[in-house]
Design a protein around this ligand. Sequence first.
Ligand code: 5GP
Ligand code: ZN
Length: 134
Amino acid sequence: MESQPYAYTPTGHAICYHCLVMSDCLFCKIIAGQIPAKKVYEDDRTFVFEDINPQASTHVLIIPKKHIVDIKEATEADAELIGYCHLVAAKIARERKLEKGYRTVYNVGPDAGQSVFHLHLHLIGGRKLGWPPG
Ligand code: 5GP
Ligand code: ZN
């Protein structure tokens, strides 16, 4: 059996390291319903909600329920999930009739503007989008 990695709280209690990391994560808290968000869609692998600071009339975030930091920290075991987030985005884009175009973006690292370190796919649409992005 695989041994569980433990960390210790300041009061000396053992806590599963994975739970400790996740308890600090804003998006894990949104999935758990501990922080409110406008939910758009949910299934067994993903959770989708409205971005709090929308950059277009549609700006939603598709996140895996599994805590993955970002694309560069992902492994081959996450490949299907990473691709699946795009299919969820396409489903929402269809529902919102964004047939004229939309953009799906994984920002990776601070220079790309990543500010939350739980993988999230932006779905942005409903206006003409410039290229290259700023
Ligand atoms: P990033 O900059 O990491 O690519 O994207 C993070 C996104 O999360 C930003 O677009 C930001 O507006 C959004 N965001 C940050 N905090 C919250 C929050 O508490 N609730 C919601 N719904 N979105 C958030
Ligand atoms: Zn998380």
